[in-house]
Design a protein around this ligand. Sequence first.
Ligand code: MN
Length: 239
Amino acid sequence: MATRRKFILQSAQVTAGLTLIPDFLKAAPVVGPSGEIDYTQHPLEYTYSALEPYIDTMTMEIHYSKHAAGYAKNMMDAIGAEKVDMTKTPITDLLSQVSKYSVKLRNNAGGHYNHEFFWRSLRAPRTFNMPDDKLMKRFQESFGSFNAFQTQFTEVAKSRFGSGWAWLVGDKGKLSVGSTPNQDNPLMDVSELKGLPLLGLDVWEHAYYLKYQNRRADYISSFWSIVNWDRVAERFNYC
Ligand code: MN
C-alpha cells in the first residue's frame, strides 16, 4: 500500500503540470499500473470506434470529448476555487474526504474519476473474454459462481434509479456489487457502498441512449463483451 500511495503521489506530481491532451488518437501511455487515475483526462487507450458494435462511435466521441471533458474542466475550476493542493492530495484522497468540499467538487471529481476508471475498464471485443483462473476463483468464493456475479451486477445496474454507476468492489479480498447515485463512487466518504472499485459501469442515459434508447438492459448485456478483465485482475491485487 505504501508503494502504491507513493506512486500515486508521484504520478499526480508529474501530470499536474500537463495540459489536457484532446487528441485521443495520439498514442500515449496511460499512467501507472492498473491505469492509475490522477487529475488529468488521459487519452483513451483505443479509438472511438474500437468498442463497436457494443458501444457506438458517436456515443464514445460525445461521452469522452464532451461529458467526461466537462467533468475534468469543472473539477479543475472547483479545485482552484477551493485551493486543493493537487501535488499533496492524490485524487483518491480527495474522494475519500469529499464531504469536506463543495457539491460541485464532489460531482465533478467523481465524474472525472469515474470516467477515467470506466474507459480503462473496457477494451475492444474479443472472442474469448473471461477473467483468468485466479480472479474466477474469487468470483466463485464471493458469489458462488461467475454467472451469479454477472446476474447480481446486471440487477444493480438495471435497478439504479435515474443516473449513476454499478460497481464491483473489493475489500480485503472479498468481492461485492452495488451502485452509487449521480457521480458518487465507492471511494467517497459519503457513499453507502464502500470498497476499492474493480469494475464500474456508467448507467447514465448519456452512456447508451444514442444506440440503445431506453433499453438499459441491452446496454448492460453488451458491456460483458468489452470488459477488460486483465485490468480488473490488476486492480484486484490492491485489495
Ligand atoms: Mn458518463
